[in-house]
Ligand binder design. Structure first.
Ligand code: UTP
Length: 463
């Protein structure tokens, strides 16, 4: 970072257009832009611009499938894991970390993604869904489980205002910690910085990999440690089916003495566009869909299953000590490039859409630094219904259908008859508030007699 960013400095750094713009600004705008430029790490930026030629992914012969623990495959081991996980949660050793700093550009929802109405009937905002889940998890253990919510500079204010307007959804505000991730300037394909408006740079959040550094920089890591937190339960704001505090997963994480554990689901097919867990050069890693050679993507075992089938669903258990250690060591996650259209302001004040490059780090790239990392496969239908797009695959509509299907299976297990169409999908949307029941077992215990389902069905506590 540089203390003073002058016109000459920008010229030396190859930012001639920005230098011309800065020199033409009135004094107040100029001071504003200079102050923002002073926060830019130009050495890092130059390295990033250079790295638009990313190192090649590992050669196919250096990639092999990882060992995967399958949840439910060994009930006795799961029971041991559950007991360990429960003990950890009950002694206050777990905090939930929800990452909600992304821009949600594919969804196109105005406002933070967590404010998106994500449930099948009541259209509850995603933030509320997770608040209800955490309220139940906390109530069950007789203590508030700390929840940490990562925002970005762009959506921090709106996020906090939303929580305040909804009185923290009944959560104890002192157990909710917001922390804000870093931002990085975007550039054009030839490396020029661009403007958001006359006196500010176009910057975007530094990716969910920014979580680790932001936890440290915000002081939250120290606060959590001094409150006895040992492990983080990490998830994304856009998957309403996440089991936010899963004792079995946390217990397996402990049994394996893992510093970084991840849930996976079996890929729907070779062309499903998710990253897969793999071992590359002896290190567990996630290989992005586009980086896995087609030959490996399509490789099958003798029983017809995919060799690289462990798809990442962005749910992790992370040891607090691990985050401390790697951030102490000056964490250096690789930057991934996203080529996107950027809505910028030209130096003469006009709006324009230009080709641009954003830089992001991914949290799972920290896996290679972790001791004895673990992958645990879970049932996709139980835990994964992402909302990424406005329509089609991974949209609110597809997520609502998946949520209804899961709740229908809980009702089946509780002895209710759920009307279904020819393909087996429930005929009516179904929504069960976590406050009413947060699992098939909890629903069975809650219902004294089978329910009659003959229309859209919402089961929730009185609101
Ligand atoms: P995605 O990678 O799906 O990005 O984020 P997004 O921002 O939600 O949506 P697009 O790509 O712009 O359409 C997955 C999760 O990671 C969080 C998001 O908020 C979401 O929960 N995330 C992503 C961050 O917290 N910070 C980031 O910089 C990027």
């Amino acid at each position: 970072m540089s203390d003073t960013v002058s016109v000459e400095f920008l010229r030396r750094r190859g930012q001639a257009a920005l230098a011309d713009h800065l020199s033409a600004l009135g004094s107040e705008d100029r001071r504003r832009l200079e102050a923002e430029l002073a926060t830019v790490d130009f050495d890092l930026l130059e390295r990033l611009i250079e790295s638009t030629r990313l190192p090649a992914p590992p050669a196919p012969e250096r990639i092999s499938p990882p060992a995967v623990v399958v949840k439910g495959a060994h009930p006795d081991v799961d029971a041991r894991a559950r007991a360990l996980g429960e003990a950890l949660i009950e002694r206050g050793g777990v905090a939930a970390v929800m990452v909600a700093g992304g821009q949600g550009s594919r969804l196109g929802h105005p406002g933070p993604k967590g404010t998106f109405p994500g449930t099948a009937i009541r259209r509850k905002p995603l933030f509320r869904v997770f608040a209800e889940k955490l309220a139940v998890a906390s109530r069950r253990r007789g203590r508030p489980i700390p929840r940490c919510i990562m925002t970005s500079e762009e959506n921090h204010r709106d996020t906090v205002t939303f929580f305040e307007a909804h009185r923290y959804f009944g959560l104890d505000p002192s157990s909710v910690h917001f922390f804000t991730q870093g931002m990085l300037p975007a550039v054009t394909p030839d490396g020029a910085l661009v403007l958001k408006d006359r006196a500010s740079l176009f910057r975007s959040p530094d990716g969910h990999g920014g979580t680790l550094r932001a936890l440290r920089r915000s002081g939250l890591l120290d606060t959590l440690a001094s409150n006895g937190v040992e492990h983080l339960s990490y998830f994304q704001v856009d998957n309403p089916l996440v089991d936010v505090i899963d004792p079995v997963f946390l217990g397996h994480h402990l049994l394996a003495r893992s510093e970084f554990s991840s849930k996976s689901v079996s890929k729907a097919g070779p062309d499903e566009k998710v990253g897969v867990f793999a071992v590359a050069d002896d290190l567990l890693t996630v290989i992005e869909y586009s980086d896995l050679p087609a030959r490996l993507r399509e490789a099958v075992n003798p029983d017809g299953t995919l060799v690289f089938s462990a798809g990442s669903i962005a749910i992790h258990a992370i040891a607090l000590d691990f985050v401390s250690r790697i951030t102490d060591e000056g964490l250096d996650l690789p930057f991934h490039l996203a080529r996107k259209k950027l809505a910028v302001t030209t130096p003469d004040g006009a709006s324009a859409s230009v080709d641009g490059i954003k830089f992001e780090t991914f949290v799972f790239d920290a896996l290679v630094h972790a001791a004895t990392p673990l992958v645990m496969e879970v049932v996709r239908e139980h835990e994964f219904a992402p909302i990424k797009n406005a329509t089609g695959v991974d949209s609110a509509e597809s997520s609502s259908a998946l949520q209804s299907a899961l709740f229908a299976s809980w009702l089946d297990a509780a002895g209710c008859r759920v009307p279904r169409n020819a393909s087996g999908a429930p005929l009516y949307p179904i929504e069960i508030s976590p406050l009413f029941a947060d699992s098939a077992d909890a629903l069975r215990r809650r219902l004294s007699a089978p329910l009659r389902i003959d229309g859209p069905t919402y089961l929730g506590d009185a609101e």
